[in-house]
Design a protein around this ligand. Structure first.
Ligand code: HDD
Length: 703
C-alpha cells in the first residue's frame, strides 16, 4: 500500500516501511524475517533492481550472470499447453471407501473401507486454450488421480457419461473440428462454428453426445455441482481372477446445477475465472465439495442381453437397468500451493490402473491408453514426468529405469539391470504384481465396429424425453444458437435431418428457430433405431437439484442508509442455510447503514453483475434506490436477475429500482418476494432451494 502522506518516498509492504531508491523502485533488504534472495546457484543477490552497466547510463555488461539467469529462466517459463483440456483447475483431497467391493476386485482402494487415500482432481474445459474463459459451452473434464497404496489409479473422466466418437482414430479429427478454425485462428472455446457442426453432422455417432452438450450440462454453475463419469466400461477382477464389468460415476453431494446461456455469456466477461474462483473460495472457506463414488456392476449375461454394445462409449447404461451402488466419497479439502507445479504439471494417463482394475476392448479406451503417455512426454519434456511430485506415487516404487531429462531418482549402486549377481535391486513379484485379465481374444484383423454401435439415435431420444420442459427448451435454443453461427445452410439442414430421428418436435423447433422454410428429409439411419426407450430421471439436471441452498451465493444490493435490521435478518437466515452473502454497493470501501454503522462492501456494483449470483436481494435505502435508478449496471443487475429466472428478494424501498429494471407490478411473480420481516427472509431462502423460478422463462423469451 502506498503511504500518500510522504510524497511517495516510502511505501509500506507487509507492515514494514520501505525506502524508495532514486528511480522510485523499492529497496526492501533481507532482515530477520525476510530471507536473502539468491541465484539458482545459491549466490546471494545484492541488487535486484538494476542491471550491471558501464556507468549509470552505460551499456549493459554480459557478465551480469544474475540478470542473464533471471531472464533466461523467464524466457523458458511456458510449457506446451494441453492439446485439449488446456484450461483446468485442480485441488487436493481424499477418497474414502464406505462399502467394500472386495468380492469384485482385489484393488485395496475398492476393498478397504475407512482408509483415506490421497486424491488430486483436475476439472477442465475441452476446446478452449489455457487462457480462455471458464463458462464456455463445453464438456468438462473430471480427472481424478488416486495415490493408492498399490500405485496411482487415474480415472480420467468427463461430466458427461458418453462421448462424441466411438473409435480413438477419429479423435484428432473431432478435436481439430471443434477447436479454432486453422486459417483464422478463431473462434476461441466454442463449438458454434461451421467446422464443428460440419464434422458432427457428417458423423452420426456424435448425435447422442450433441444432445448432452446442447443441454445445460455443458454450462455448469460450478465444478462442485456437476457429476463425473468414467464413461467407458472398465473391468474389476477379484482375488480369484473373476471379472465383473463396471461403469464409474461421481455424484455431487451438493446436487446438480447449471446456469442459463445468456448468463454464461455475461459471466465470461464479468469473471472469466468463475469456476476456478468458486472452487478456490469454497475450499478456502471450509465448504469442502464432496462426491460419492458410484458403480454400475454387471456381468457378461447382462452385456449380452443389453440393447447396445457395452464397448461403445457413445452409449450409457440407464440407472433403471443397473442401479448405481454408492461405495465411497471424494472430498476436496485443500487448494493447490502452486498452480503450475500441481495443476499444470499433473499428468493423467488412462493406463494408470492398479491390480484388480482392468480395461475392456472399448476402442476409444484402447486408443487413449496410448495417447496420454505420449502427450505427457511431449508436454512435460521427457519420460521423467513421473518424478514430478504431483505425479509420483505415494507408495514405495523402484525399478531400473534410469537417466533421461531431469531424472530425479536413478537407481543407487552398481546394479541397474536384472537379473544381476550383486543381489541388489527390485525383482518382479508374481503374487502382488499386476496381472492382466486373461481374456480370450480371437478374430480376423479388420477395421470394423461392432454391429450394435450403429444405433445412433435411440439413446439421444431417451435423453431428450427425460428432460423437463425448461430443459428441453434450453436444448432447442442451444441448437438454434449454435447453428445460427454456422454460415453454411447445408450444415444447418444436415443437423436438423439428424434431429428428425431424435424427436420431431425438437427438429421442428430448431428448424423454425433457424428460419428453414421446409424440413429436410430425416437422415437415413445406419441401423433401425429402437423407438421405445423409456424416460430416465437421472438424465435430467432439474430432477436432481439440491435440497438446500447451501453453498450458493446471494448478491445483496446495499447503499448508504440500508436498514441494519433487515440486513441482519438476511444474514441470520443465510447462515442457518450455509448460504454465502456478498454485499454489492455503489462504492466498495464503506457503506453507512441505517444505524450509522459502517460496513465494507464486497463488490462495487459495476464489477458485480447479478450473473455472478444464484439469487439477489435488493435492500437499498430510499435515497440509495434513487441513486441506483440512474446507474445502468444497477438496472442491469435487476433486469438480468429477472431474465435469468432468479429468485429476487426486495425491501420496501427497492420498488423504483425494480421498475427501472423493467419489472412492472404485473411482472411480480412467486419468484419475486417482498422482504419486510425476519420471517420473510426465512421464506425467501426456502424458495431459493428450487434455484430458479422457471415458470418466468416462458414470459421473458419471445424469440
Ligand atoms: Fe482425453 C486430456 C477425458 C477421449 C486424448 N481427456 C483429457 C483430460 C480429460 C480427458 C478429463 C484432461 C486431463 C487433465 O486434466 O489433465 N478424453 C477424456 C474422456 C474421453 C477422452 C472422458 C472419452 C471417453 N482423449 C480421448 C481420446 C484421446 C484422448 C479418444 C486420444 C486418442 N485427452 C487426450 C490427450 C489429453 C487428454 C491428448 C490432452 C492433455 C492430456 O491428455 O493430458 O492425450
Amino acid at each position: 500500500m502506498t503511504d500518500s502522506s510522504d510524497k511517495r518516498t516510502t511505501v509500506t509492504i507487509n507492515d514494514q516501511t520501505v525506502e524508495r531508491g532514486p528511480q522510485g523502485a523499492t529497496h526492501q533488504v533481507a532482515g530477520s524475517d525476510t530471507p536473502t534472495m539468491t541465484t539458482q546457484q545459491g549466490v546471494a543477490v545484492a541488487d535486484d533492481q538494476n542491471t550491471l552497466k558501464a556507468g549509470a547510463r552505460g551499456a549493459a555488461l554480459l557478465e551480469d550472470f544474475h540478470f542473464r539467469e533471471k531472464i533466461f529462466h523467464f524466457d523458458h517459463e511456458r510449457i506446451p499447453e494441453r492439446v485439449v483440456h488446456a484450461r483446468g483447475y485442480g485441488a487436493h483431497g481424499y477418497f474414502e471407501l464406505t462399502d467394500s467391493l472386495s468380492d469384485y476386485t482385489s484393488a485395496s482402494v475398492l476393498g478397504k473401507t475407512g482408509v483415506r487415500v490421497p486424491a488430486f482432481v483436475r476439472f477442465s474445459t475441452v476446446a478452449g486454450g489455457r487462457g480462455s474463459f471458464d463458462v464456455a459451452r463445453d464438456v468438462r473434464g473430471f480427472a481424478v488421480k488416486l495415490y493408492t497404496e498399490e500405485g496411482n489409479w487415474d480415472l480420467v473422466g468427463n461430466n458427461i457419461p458418453v462421448f462424441f466418437i466411438q473409435d480413438a482414430i477419429k479423435f484428432p479429427d473431432m478435436v481439430h473440428a471443434v477447436k479454432e478454425e486453422p486459417d483464422s485462428g478463431f473462434p476461441q472455446a466454442q463449438s458454434a462454428h461451421d467446422n464443428f457442426w460440419d464434422f458432427a453432422s457428417l458423423s452420426p455417432e456424435t448425435v447422442h453426445m450433441l444432445m448432452w452438450i446442447m443441454s445445460d450440462r455443458a454450462i455448469p454453475r460450478s465444478f462442485r455441482f456437476m457429476e463425473g463419469f468414467g464413461v467407458h466400461t472398465f473391468r474389476l477382477v477379484n482375488a480369484e481372477g473373476k471379472s465383473t464389468y463396471v461403469k464409474f460415476h461421481w455424484k455431487p453431494k451438493q446436487g446438480l446445477q447449471s446456469v442459463v446461456w445468456n448468463e454464461a455469456v455475461k459471466i465470461n466477461g464479468a469473471d472469466p475465472d468463475f469456476h476456478r474462483r468458486d472452487l478456490w473460495d469454497a475450499i478456502q472457506s471450509g465448504q469442502y465439495p464432496e462426491w460419492e463414488l458410484g458403480v454400475q456392476l454387471f456381468d457378461d449375461d447382462f452385456a449380452d442381453k443389453f440393447d447396445f454394445d457395452i464397448l461403445d462409449a457413445t452409449k450409457l447404461i440407464p440407472e433403471e437397468l443397473v442401479p448405481v451402488r454408492r461405495i465411497g466419497r471424494l472430498v476436496l479439502d485443500r487448494t493447490v500451493d502452486n498452480f503450475f507445479a500441481e495443476t499444470e504439471q499433473v499428468a493423467f494417463c488412462t493406463q494408470n490402473v492398479v491390480p484388480g482394475i482392468d480395461f475392456t476392448n472399448d476402442p476409444l479406451l484402447q486408443g487413449r491408453n496410448f495417447s496420454y503417455l505420449d502427450t505427457q512426454t511431449k508436454r512435460l519434456g521427457g519420460p521423467n514426468f513421473t518424478h514430478i511430485p504431483i505425479n509420483a506415487p505415494k507408495c514405495p516404487f523402484q525399478n531400473f529405469q534410469q537417466d533421461g531429462h531431469m531424472a530425479m531418482h536413478n537407481p543407487r549402486g552398481r546394479a541397474n539391470y536384472e537379473p544381476n549377481s550383486w543381489g541388489r535391486g527390485p525383482r518382479e513379484n508374481p503374487t502382488t504384481g499386476y496381472k492382466h485379465y486373461p481374456e480370450k481374444l480371437s478374430g480376423q484383423k479388420t477395421r470394423e465396429r461392432g454391429e450394435l454401435f450403429a444405433d445412433h439415435y435411440s439413446q439421444a431420444r431417451q435423453f431428450f424425453i427425460s428432460q423437463t420442459p425448461p430443459e428441453q427448451t434450453h436444448i432447442k435454443n442451444a441448437f438454434v444458437f449454435e447453428l445460427s453461427k454456422c454460415q453454411t445452410p447445408a450444415i444447418r439442414e444436415r443437423v436438423v435431418a439428424h434431429l428428425l430421428n431424435v424427436d420431431e418436435k425438437l427438429a421442428r423447433g430448431v428448424a423454425k428457430g433457424l428460419g428453414l422454410t421446409s424440413l429436410p428429409e430425416a437422415a437415413p439411419p445406419a441401423r433401425e433405431p429402437l423407438t421405445d426407450l423409456p424416460p430416465s430421471n437421472p438424465l435430467s439436471i432439474l430432477k436432481n437439484g439440491p435440497s438446500s441452498f447451501k453453498g450458493r451465493k446471494i448478491g445483496v444490493l446495499v447503499t448508504d442508509g440500508t436498514d441494519t435490521g433487515l440486513l441482519h435478518a438476511l444474514k441470520d437466515a443465510a447462515d442457518a442455510e450455509g448460504t454465502i452473502l456478498e454485499l454489492v454497493a455503489p462504492v466498495v470501501g464503506s457503506v453507512k447503514l441505517s444505524d450509522g454503522k459502517v460496513l465494507a462492501a464486497d463488490q462495487k456494483i459495476v464489477g458485480a453483475p447479478s450473473v455472478l449470483y444464484d439469487a439477489v436481494v435488493l435492500l437499498p435505502s430510499a435515497s440509495g434506490a434513487k441513486l441506483l435508478t440512474g446507474e445502468a449496471t444497477a438496472r442491469d443487475f435487476v433486469a438480468d436477475a429477472f431474465a435469468h429466472a432468479k429468485f429476487i428478494g426486495y425491501g420496501k424501498d427497492a420498488r423504483p429500482l425494480l421498475a427501472k429494471g423493467g419489472i412492472t407490478p404485473d411482472d411480480i411473480d412467486p419468484g419475486i418476494l417482498p422482504l419486510n420481516t425476519a420471517g420473510d427472509f426465512q421464506s425467501f431462502i426456502e424458495a431459493c432451494r428450487k434455484l430458479r423460478f422457471w415458470d418466468r422463462e416462458t414470459r421473458t423469451h419471445a424469440v
